[in-house]
Design a protein. Structure first.
Length: 109
């Protein structure tokens, strides 16, 4: 992934979430998922705008299904917000930038 978006894998997931100093929004996605592709530019824009306040990460569920199963991700896109290493909110489905920022507002600063 590019810019301010971290690519998560089974190997780096737990350490990345645990060591984050800001809330982490993890986007569970797959290459074949139309809505995932639709929301990707929105997520990348938010990653740039919220750098320092929010960490954005993406996890491909086809490549790392064990992590998706651990968090009971049944449909994608699913986004989970982690704070202090714990899942604190789950957002299911694509949404526009304003709606996503509204959903994230309680977790920012």
């Amino acid at each position: 992934m590019s810019g301010n978006v971290i690519t998560l894998t089974t190997a780096n997931f737990d350490e990345t979430i645990r060591s984050a100093t800001t809330p982490v929004l993890v986007d569970f996605w797959a290459e074949w998922c139309g809505p995932c592709k639709q929301i990707d530019p929105v997520i990348r824009e938010i990653a740039t705008e919220q750098a320092g306040a929010l960490t954005i990460a993406k996890l491909n569920v086809d490549d790392h299904g064990d992590i998706a199963m651990r968090f009971k991700v049944m449909s994608i896109p699913t986004m989970i917000v982690f704070k202090n290493g714990e899942a604190v909110d789950t957002l299911v489905g694509a949404r526009g930038k304003a709606a996503l920022l509204r959903d994230l507002a309680p977790h920012l600063g």
